[in-house]
Ligand binder design. Structure first.
Ligand code: NDP
Ligand code: 8X3
Length: 257
């Protein structure tokens, strides 16, 4: 069955890979993000390569009015919506709690928690009309175990975990699947954003190991979305083989065999 999939943060990393994975299987896409040129380029690419219908909306998930506008535009055009992927998010900075920047904290809380809530709430009326509605929330291993200097970023991902559990309960009467996908370190623009454009520092995070790739997360999301209607993966954590959890990571030079 052809579905319509709404992805936040589709201009890069996981979001772009998830949109591409669904397009490859013939599903229609609604892609969103702040960087308009990237969105338009992805829209053209997915449309021409896979022949699927792709709508693109410039959207900052922190902006309630923009989220409302997108939801209204979809309703007005009688768009269907089956799968919502709450992926947009970021880390900004990596500092001890007594040294962190308030502006970084606001940015992470507004994007990772409030943005996810605004998008979910305003798209729920459309999702409820789907025969098989499904919400994916992209959490993190940082939302399972706190790590040094991770404080506020970890807190936002713990919040995503709590919200996923709550959504699963609150939306049970509508039989809406809610899947939390919690990746460990993955090579995207994430670390470049966290370290504010310092590419060398970002690259060091992935030194001497093979991290997850965006396509790995896309594969897992697609798998969860492809299960029979009566099966829901509620919570799924994946890491690269070099990582045990948010704290313990093996560099290949430390390998004991
Ligand atoms: P990227 O930086 O590659 O992608 C982040 C995406 O989020 C971009 O498309 C960006 O689009 C979008 N975004 C950021 N802020 C906003 C905003 N205010 N409104 C709308 N879109 C926004 O990183 P990842 O793909 O790695 O990150 C995706 C998600 O995965 C995040 O929630 C992150 O916390 C989580 N995650 C990442 C891990 C990693 O190691 N990479 C591991 C575990 C979880 P634009 O700038 O165009 O708006
Ligand atoms: C992103 C993974 O370990 O950098 O959520 O926090 S980590």
């Amino acid at each position: 069955m052809k579905k319509t999939v709404f992805v936040t943060g589709a201009t890069s990393g996981f979001g772009k890979a998830i949109a591409t994975r669904f397009a490859k299987e013939g599903h229609n896409l609604i892609i969103t993000g702040r960087r308009k040129e990237r969105l338009e380029a992805l829209k053209d690419q997915l449309g021409s390569e896979y022949g699927v219908k792709v709508s693109a909306f410039e959207l900052d998930v922190r902006d309630k009015e923009q989220v409302k506008h997108v939801a209204e535009a979809l309703t007005a055009s009688q768009s269907s919506l089956d799968i919502l992927v709450n992926n947009a998010g970021l880390a900004s900075g990596l500092a001890a709690v007594d040294e962190g920047e308030l502006s970084d904290w606001d940015l992470m809380i507004d994007t990772n928690i409030k943005g996810l809530l605004y998008v979910s709430k305003m798209l729920l009326p459309l999702l409820k009309q789907s025969a098989l509605p499904h919400i994916f929330n992209i959490g993190s291993t940082a939302g399972k175990t706190a790590y040094k200097n991770g404080n506020v970023y970890c807190a936002t991902k713990f919040a995503v975990d709590a919200l996923s559990q709550s959504m699963r309960i609150d939306l049970l009467p509508y039989k809406i699947k809610v899947t939390a996908v919690n990746p460990g370190m993955a090579e995207t623009e994430f670390s470049i954003v966290r370290f504010k454009g310092d590419e060398q520092r970002a690259q060091k995070v992935y030194d001497d190991l093979k991290p997850l790739q965006a396509e790995d997360i896309a594969e897992v999301v697609y798998y969860c979305a492809s299960l029979p209607p009566h099966v829901c993966i509620n919570d799924l954590t994946l890491t690269c083989t070099n990582q045990a959890n948010a704290i313990y990571t093996l560099r290949d030079s430390e390998l004991k065999r």
